[in-house]
Design a protein around this ligand. Structure first.
Ligand code: NAP
Length: 409
């Protein structure tokens, strides 16, 4: 048996997408590859401190480590063992360090496998400027966006075959013979799928989030002018949900252009994907919630992250109706592995998001404040210190600094 489940603590439960968090929830964590173990353990230390400071002993997280990636391979010969999958299916909430995936070969992404297994259909990435960071923008304080990226459809679904496989040959034959579309014999095949059901459920989540958090705008990012029946349909289905199910809360940009007033309602508009990249640089203040299919959402997250100066600072949540996986945007940064230099803020911010989804906002607020103060005081890791011209803290020392700051709050 790979795991000994905690005797104390309870599972987080879900009721129609709402989280029911006990006072002692069992939460899984995966250390991850590369810099993963260092940043994940730093995050756990900071999260535990925030919970202790906010709730004394009345609330506490019971952490349970599960193995995936390199560590799982070392222990079991499998990067995503069945026992790990069973734990994920049982407990459904996990803080995850980055996991390595190879380019153009090798094993399938464990990150994607977990998202699909728990049906974590929304990848939510807040991108908000933190005072003191060096940004390429003149007015970075205007950056306050949240990206809602569809997680389970589109090209990353993994319906993909090498050019010389039997499957690719069958698909090429089908295209030629049935649809009269010519494709060269040396063509690898990847299939883009975007469904109405999946588009509409993430649209609902984004709109509900906008209503609950008083956000002012939702922009659908798509390339529907070219990919009409996938990305164009994404746009159409998103508007359909907004106007059929949330009419009282939504006004479209088109209606505003025709003279209607927003009157406190959420403005819904859409932009073509390539345009979005220049828009968020030139006019970041005009973008608030960005709702995107999987691939667009992936690209725009890093671009938006760059606006605040450092993608290492960004946290992310993968949310479904029954579960959540919380992970930083960045990857395993292998050149920094084991050197105690990586910035753990991304996964700490992911932990902050996890606490918010659990309804433990007081603890989440403490983490947010501690990070803001650390940056203001230039207590930062090397990736930021090099721009500030100050000497850097190590990963561990930075986490200790956040703990120390929380003591003063
Ligand atoms: P990456 O690991 O994010 O690293 C790219 C660069 O970003 C690093 O060289 C470093 O830049 C900087 N960086 C990222 N995280 C940092 C941190 N916490 N602290 C300081 N600097 C940080 O991207 P990659 O090299 O493209 O990907 C490496 C592996 O990670 C791949 O196997 C990829 O598949 C995987 N990955 C996993 C996830 C996930 O688990 N969700 C996500 C993305 C990528 P400088 O060189 O400028 O210092």
């Amino acid at each position: 048996m790979l795991y000994k489940e905690p005797e104390d603590g309870e599972k987080i439960r879900f009721d129609k997408g709402k989280w029911i968090t006990p006072n002692k929830p069992i939460i899984l964590y995966i250390e991850g590859d590369g810099i993963g173990p260092e940043i994940t353990n730093a995050a756990i230390k900071v999260i535990n401190k925030a919970v202790e400071k906010a709730y004394k002993s009345s609330r506490e997280i019971e952490w349970l480590e599960i193995y995936a990636g390199e560590k799982a391979y070392r222990l079991t010969g499998d990067r995503f063992p069945k026992e790990t999958q069973d734990m994920l299916l049982k407990y459904r909430v996990v803080l995850k360090g980055p996991l390595e995936t190879q380019i153009g070969k090798g094993w399938k992404s464990v990150n994607v496998a977990i998202r699909l297994m728990l049906d974590l259909y929304a990848n939510i990435r807040p991108v908000k400027y933190i005072q003191g960071l060096e940004s390429p923008l003149k007015n970075p304080e205007k950056v306050d966006m949240i990206i809602f990226r569809e997680n389970t459809d589109d090209l990353y679904r993994g319906i993909e075959y090498p050019f010389n496989s039997e499957e690719a040959k069958k698909i090429r034959d089908f295209l030629r013979n049935e649809l009269k579309v010519e494709v060269e014999d040396d063509t690898g095949i990847g299939i883009k799928v975007i469904s109405k059901y999946k588009t509409q459920r993430i649209t609902r989540l984004a709109i509900q989030y906008a209503i609950e958090h008083k956000r002012r705008k939702i922009t659908v990012m798509h390339k529907g002018n070219v990919m009409k029946y996938t990305e164009g349909a994404f746009r159409e289905w998103a508007y359909e949900v907004a106007l059929n199910e949330y009419r009282d809360f939504i006004v479209t940009e088109e209606e505003i252009n025709q003279g209607k007033s927003a009157n406190g309602k959420i403005i819904m508009n859409d932009r073509i994907a390539d345009n979005m990249f220049q828009q968020i640089i030139i006019r970041p203040e005009e973008y608030d919630i960005i709702l995107a299919p999987n691939v667009n959402g992936d690209y725009i997250s890093d671009a938006a992250g760059a606006l605040i100066g450092n993608i290492g600072m960004l946290g992310g949540a993968n949310i479904g109706d029954e579960g959540g996986m919380f992970e930083a945007i960045h990857g395993t940064a292998p050149k920094y592995a084991g050197k105690n230099v990586a910035n753990p803020t991304g996964i700490i911010k992911s932990g902050e998001l996890m606490l918010r989804w659990m309804g433990w906002n007081e603890a989440a607020d403490l983490i947010e404040k501690a990070i803001d103060l650390a940056i203001k005081e230039k207590k930062v890791t090397q990736d930021i210190a090099r721009f500030m011209g100050v000497s850097p803290l190590g990963t561990k020392e930075y986490a200790d600094e956040l703990v120390k700051i929380m003591d003063t709050l």
